[in-house]
Design a protein around this ligand. Structure first.
Ligand code: NDP
Length: 494
């Protein structure tokens, strides 16, 4: 018996020693891998992609956003719920001591089981549609590009494949929504509006969880170590992301999933819920609400119709996946891009015909410019310049760049069509459309105009960020291009 106990103790000690050794080896391996990543990354300095070194301005902006972006979202939504969408009244109340912060907070609905259940079901359903149903739309919709598509070459020289089935997910979700609203009546179409703040807490939980998971994943089990970036600054890496294309398994791509669904599929459903609330409260849906639903609906549908094109945009081609995309897609996008619809629930605006036609014209014109500019670049790149733009062979500048492994690639920058007018005329069209949504809400409050202010800052910053990246990617070729097309957004102005 004694011998047996001794043997047992010896065995336990051996096991513990082995565990410690394994843990030690694993730690060493993780350190080596981290070191290797840094080496890889250092070797690729000067390549394109997000920053390698963090300047004080970027760091200050990032800290500001990490601290205040969630508060900004809360402030806007709370202003509508408690102050009829006035942005100044809550501040005035607090500054004059009329109200304490705690009073505002106490009147804010908390997280509920119902909201948690609705949100979990929603996200699970979107994951199911994304991973389980291969695209069938491209089989019967002429001109639609879906199914397995290739993305752009990453800085490490990898070409990712994507299952493009967003349009199908959007259609299925909306068919079910309308089937419920008009026939099954399992839940009220106002469900989103009715749970708007409790759902905000759920969206925040998901946003933070996915960003934190992406950070941990980037350190310990990246999908492609050579496409990771470490600046050494925790906050910058958390915000701007480490991994370029984090994936789970072969097909679950974080960037494609989180940006498109639950964010953009939700956009049109949220607007529909706001329209249903107007109907419930006032017995009618105003023409401004119809305009906002219609114009934003076109924008959303365009996104899914062109999801394959989206693989070639900055979000997928150049941005790493961090809080900026993870939290932004879960919280910022569904809550702040839909402010016009929310505002119209509290302030039902009936526009006169001239105003409504003006908004519609501006919205459609903006959309046309946005789509045509993007289409011209897509066509030009797909055909390697062998196409016609405005009836003529496109003009362009030949350029080259090098990936991390030293391979040289060749590309072309178009200087004709809308791309000859300005270097980002697609942003100009987007801004015109954004202004139209805001103008649909009349002129009584500034809250609905937040969107155009935000989009102007976003797209101007994006323009500068993209040009900085293109400049380090293409070097002197980029200089030739900017000399040929000197303006960014507006010919002769900016
Ligand atoms: P672009 O589609 O303009 O893509 C920029 C990239 O296109 C550049 O990095 C470069 O990539 C390539 N490029 C630049 N100039 C030329 C040229 N002359 N000829 C050929 N290729 C060129 O930018 P985004 O991805 O930012 O935007 C896509 C659309 O999405 C825009 O219309 C924008 O308005 C919209 N958008 C909307 C947002 C929203 O929140 N609603 C947010 C962000 C974007 P390469 O390295 O391949 O040369």
């Amino acid at each position: 018996m004694r011998i047996f106990r001794c043997w047992n103790r010896l065995l336990k000690r051996r096991c513990m020693q082995r565990d410690i050794m394994v843990a030690h080896q694993e730690k060493k391996l993780a350190e080596e891998r981290k070191h290797q990543n840094i080496q890889n990354n250092k070797a690729s300095q000067g390549q394109w992609g997000r920053a390698w070194e963090v300047d004080w301005f970027s760091l200050a902006s990032i800290l500001f956003l990490l601290m205040f972006a969630p508060l900004i979202v809360y402030y806007f939504i709370m202003s509508c719920a408690q102050y009829q969408c006035s942005l100044t009244d809550p501040l005035l109340d607090l500054l004059t001591g009329n109200k304490h912060l705690s009073e505002i907070w106490n009147r804010t609905p908390m997280l509920t089981y119902r909201a948690a259940a609705v949100y979990s079901l929603w996200v699970t359903f979107q994951v199911f549609l994304y991973v389980s149903i291969p695209d069938f739309c491209h089989k019967f919709l002429p001109g639609y590009v879906g199914g397995v598509q290739e993305g752009a070459i990453t800085p490490a020289g990898v070409m990712n494949k994507y299952e493009i089935n967003g349009l199908q997910a959007w259609i299925i979700t909306h068919v079910l929504w309308f089937a419920n609203a008009s026939y099954f009546h399992f839940f009220s179409p106002t469900i989103i509006f009715d749970n708007w703040i409790p759902l905000l807490w759920c969206a925040n939980i998901l946003g933070y969880a996915v960003s934190t998971f992406a950070m941990i994943k980037g350190y310990f089990f990246p999908t492609n170590a050579k496409d990771c970036k470490f600046t050494g600054n925790f906050f910058y890496d958390y915000m701007m992301g480490i991994e370029f294309n984090p994936r789970i398994g072969k097909w679950f791509d974080f960037k494609l999933f989180f940006n498109g669904r639950p964010g953009i599929v939700a956009w049109t459903l949220i607007n529909l819920s706001f329209a249903a609330k107007q109907q419930e409260l006032y017995g009618e849906v105003t023409n401004s609400m119809i305009l906002v639903n219609g114009l934003q609906g076109i924008y959303v549908l365009d996104f899914f119709w062109n999801e394959a094109w989206y693989l070639k945009t900055i979000d997928i081609c150049h941005d790493h996946f961090g809080w900026y995309l993870g939290w932004g897609d879960c919280v910022w996008l569904p809550y702040l891009y839909t402010l016009q619809g929310l505002y119209l629930v509290y302030h039902p605006v009936q526009l006169c015909t001239v105003h409504a036609v003006g908004v519609l014209t501006l919205g459609l014109l903006g959309y046309y410019i946005f789509r045509m500019t993007n289409h011209q670049k897509d066509l030009f790149r797909r055909t390697n310049g062998n196409c016609r733009i405005w009836g003529k062979k496109p003009e362009y500048i030949e350029c080259s760049y090098t990936s991390v492994d030293g391979t040289k690639y060749y590309s072309k920058l178009m200087t004709s069509g809308f791309w000859g007018w300005a270097r980002h005329f697609n942003y100009t069209g987007d801004l015109m459309g954004s202004l139209a949504y805001c103008l649909a809400c009349g002129f009584e409050h500034i809250l609905p105009y937040f969107y155009i202010v935000y989009m102007t800052i976003l797209l101007t910053h994006r323009c500068i960020r993209d040009e900085h990246r293109c400049s380090s990617k293409y070097g002197k070729d980029w200089k030739c291009y900017t000399a040929a097309v000197p303006y960014r957004l507006l010919p002769r102005i900016f």
